[in-house]
Design a protein around this ligand. Structure first.
Ligand SMILES: C[S@@+](CC[C@H](N)C(=O)[O-])C[C@H]1O[C@@H](n2cnc3c(N)ncnc32)[C@H](O)[C@@H]1O
Length: 184
């Protein structure tokens, strides 16, 4: 959920939505960002929780999943919240994302779409292909690839910071939006 961008869009599009984040601060920010008047009548629920355990959502009940996880620990979203995957090194992060992919598969209706936005990272001057590793998690969970969208990003607020940090070749200037489908 983060700051609630997806929920704001859901509300503008008149779609019911459930937003989940492990960090209470994300809930407060999202609540604030959802305080706007709009003539749609959609129902938006927000809930503090860990995306590896969505027990409050039944099997095959969700029409669309849109998720934007941390990019392992390149930005830490909390100082030590239990279950916060932004505190994990790459391999542990991928293990947790495998569980999230499995849980996403469980709750999604057959035929429907799960979209995930993720970027690669650079460590000690080398590219860590986090995007492809997460793609594998979702394929292993049973999804099929419907689309791979490359989202270019230029002139971001953080560009100057990445230019200075651990980058002796090209600046990573794209992210992926993997669009998966549950077919089985
Ligand atoms: C990249 S941000 C999402 C940004 C969002 N798209 C926005 O527009 O603000 C990733 C979010 O994942 C949350 N998070 C980390 N571990 C989580 C977990 N296990 N379950 C649910 N949310 C988690 C973090 O607290 C953070 O808010």
């Amino acid at each position: 959920m983060g700051s609630g961008t997806t929920l704001v869009e859901a509300r503008l599009l008149n779609r019911n939505a459930i937003g989940i984040d492990i960090n209470g601060e994300a809930l407060s920010i999202s609540k604030k960002n959802l305080e706007f008047s709009c003539n749609t009548g959609s129902k938006i629920f927000i809930r503090k929780g860990n995306a590896i355990d969505l027990h409050f959502i039944s099997n095959d009940s969700i029409d669309f999943i849109c998720t934007h996880p941390p990019y392992a620990n390149i930005i830490r979203y909390s100082a030590g919240i239990d279950g916060d995957i932004s505190l994990l090194e790459v391999d542990e992060f991928v293990e947790e994302m495998q569980k999230i992919a499995k849980e996403s598969y469980r709750i999604l209706k057959t035929g429907k779409i799960c979209a995930i936005m993720i970027g690669d990272m650079r460590k000690h001057g080398r590219v860590v292909p986090l995007g492809f590793r997460l793609m594998e998690c979702f394929l292993k969970a049973g999804f099929v690839n419907k689309e791979i969208i490359i989202k270019e990003q230029h002139n971001c607020r953080s560009t100057a910071c990445w230019e200075k940090r651990d980058n002796d070749f090209l600046l990573l200037a794209h992210e992926y939006i993997f669009v998966f489908q549950k077919t089985g």
